[in-house]
Design a protein around this ligand. Structure first.
Ligand SMILES: Nc1ncnc2c1ncn2[C@@H]1O[C@H](COP(=O)(O)OP(=O)(O)OP(=O)(O)O)[C@@H](O)[C@H]1O
Length: 238
């Protein structure tokens, strides 16, 4: 579904992502892990189109998207939720989602968008907050709104950047349940996560980055045993 081939991104003299390759298969939940500064967010920004690589290619459903704008990528089916939530605060939850539904896919009618938003409100347990201003939400609800906005664009591939950060264990459980339900509905997920129990419970496969490079890839259990990974990352936190 998504193929990242030998991507490199430099910021001045710093190589944030170096020759990184990975693949997301249809219906898969793939985690990207690695120590602080490993290049995970930069990689996600390259996939969503916020950044352009210095070298390498990105293919989505067989089509090269390396130079497409973030909007064009969203229209093709790449949705994104951020760690820092930035809704339109003066608009209601429903209105925020309508923006995602209408602009995420060109040609969406108002009636279609309303249907999508109603479904996403239910899916993300925000139905009772639908007509409240986004500015009045709790942290957990904020996170749900961020995910809901991405879902309202009806992505085929959902990119999540540390969406569990700051959540209590029970809230993280709910968020994991939600991500699983998203996958069940046919969306692939590529997520960055620092909380290892979440990675273990959620990911079909894990890609490990260190110093901009992909140093390991595979099921969590196997990757967690990899000496290079333990040295780079797991060893430090274990
Ligand atoms: N816009 C930028 N300009 C300059 N340097 C950047 C920029 N964005 C990231 N970097 C640097 O690139 C490297 C990779 O950063 P990145 O945020 O991708 O890592 P990360 O793995 O997501 O880290 P974290 O887990 O702390 O979020 C870091 O050294 C970072 O300081």
């Amino acid at each position: 579904m998504l193929k990242v081939q030998k991507l490199t991104k430099r910021f001045g003299g710093l190589v944030a992502v170096h020759d990184a390759s990975l693949e997301v298969r249809p219906g898969e939940i793939l985690a990207v892990i690695g120590p602080n500064g490993a290049g995970k967010s930069t990689l996600l920004n390259l996939v969503s189109g916020l950044l352009r690589p210095d070298a390498g290619r990105i293919l989505f459903e067989g089509r090269e998207i390396t130079r497409l704008s973030p909007e064009a990528r969203a229209h093709l089916g790449i949705g994104r939720a951020f760690q820092i939530v930035q809704p339109f605060p003066e608009m209601t939850v429903r209105e925020n989602l309508m923006v995602g539904a209408l602009f995420g896919k060109p040609g969406t009618t108002l009636a279609e968008a309303e249907r999508v938003v109603a479904a996403v409100l239910e899916q993300t347990s925000l139905a009772d907050k639908a007509d409240h201003p986004a500015s009045g939400l709790t942290l957990v609800e904020d996170k749900r709104l961020e995910l809901a906005r991405a879902l309202a664009t009806r992505p085929k591939l959902l990119l999540l950047d540390e969406v569990m950060a700051g959540l209590r264990p029970k809230e993280a459980q709910e968020a994991m349940h939600l991500v699983r339900s998203v996958r069940k509905a046919g969306t692939s997920v590529l997520f960055i996560e620092h909380v290892m129990p979440v990675v273990k419970a959620l990911a079909d496969r894990v890609v490990v980055m260190d110093h901009g490079e992909v140093i390991a890839e595979g099921p969590y259990e196997r990757v967690a045993q990899n000496p290079r990974v333990r040295a780079a990352y797991l060893g430090r936190s274990a």
